[in-house]
Design a binder for this molecule. Sequence first.
Ligand code: PLP
Length: 418
Amino acid sequence: NQPLEVVDPEIAAVLEQELGRQRDYLEMIASENFVPVSVLQSQGSVLTNKYAEGYPGRRYYGGCEYVDIAESLAIERAKSLFGAEYANVQPHSGATANAAVLSAIATPGDTILGLELAHGGHLTHGMKLNFSGKLYNAVSYGVDPETFLVDMNVVREKALEHRPQVIIAGWSAYPRHLDFAAFRAIADEVGAKLWVDMAHFAGLVAAGLHPSPIPFADVVSTTVHKTLAGPRSGLILSRDMELAKKLNSNVFPGQQGGPLMHVIAAKATAFLLAAQPEFADRQARTLSGARILGERLVADDSRAAGVDVLTGGTDVHLVLADLRNSPIDGQQAEDALHEVGITVNRNSVPFDPRPPMVTSGLRIGTPALATRGFGDVEFTEVADVIAETLKPGADIAGLRARVKTLTDAFPLYPGLQQ
Ligand code: PLP
């Protein structure tokens, strides 16, 4: 039982280097966050040793008396946080949660209708190489070519045309709210189940800063690690207790074997924290930061350099920069921002003329920096650094120094050593 640096110095070095990277760069990948040390503690705990197939009180293994407490706490806290009747906290990830949801509410060969991947949808909503596109007849709705918004008339037309068994509302890259009531009405009209994947905006929902899909959807899935700021994992919620049994059996034994009890304990803590006023404050800073970013990226001189923002701004935690009129593409923009110390991901914009490995867009998110403590003043500075980086002839060294001032002022995981 020697420490990691003795047993495996190569991996110990990776951990240390990654901690340094997270500290020294401004993390603006919209799907990422920094978990609190309390969450890291459970994830690195002896709970990783425990097999607990089944559900609390109904396990296929002995010795589950303590992990049962952890899972029951996670379930009750998730239900109370989101106002749901049912929660399954076992999915290892968002993708396995989604696989379980689809297998519970659809039969292979059924038609599923979701947002097109190239317009901001997720792989698990029907991409042809994913289980969702292989097992189901996946059809899609896109955003409007003028407004880049989801047009509910188009969703309805597609639903009437294809008569799907499942309609999916949710996204990985879309900067506005979806109209859950309108999705519900369309699902009812065509006799489909409504599944909302709130992976990206769950933290905003928990804080009451984004409409909740829970009252409208038959089932809601989410990741726990994006705006919600918990351990990397998934969660399924519903109000429909008739679906509960089906959802449970489609997670285990349907999709998974033994649950990751160390992760489930960490989820319980994340849900506890997400119910606190500090969490709501952080989500408010997240939203405000994204709004500032959206505003400052479309200043006149940015527009002149060909930079724009899809839909003209944002209601959520991310901004989609539109580089279709810029001489620099998504790949070059991602690389330039990396050089100044800002991590983002390039992202296709809808109707993108450039190929998917290059793209004409950037997805820029504020959750991790809000967790780091950033408020409006810091987000204004970050927005200006990004805008200047995207212009021709940017002073990379000067911009890197401005990033360092910010990272120094907001130390990440002070005192933590890997
Ligand atoms: N659903 C949506 C909307 C997502 O954006 C993502 C992750 O990017 C997932 C599901 C999948 O989550 P995971 O990466 O944990 O499988």
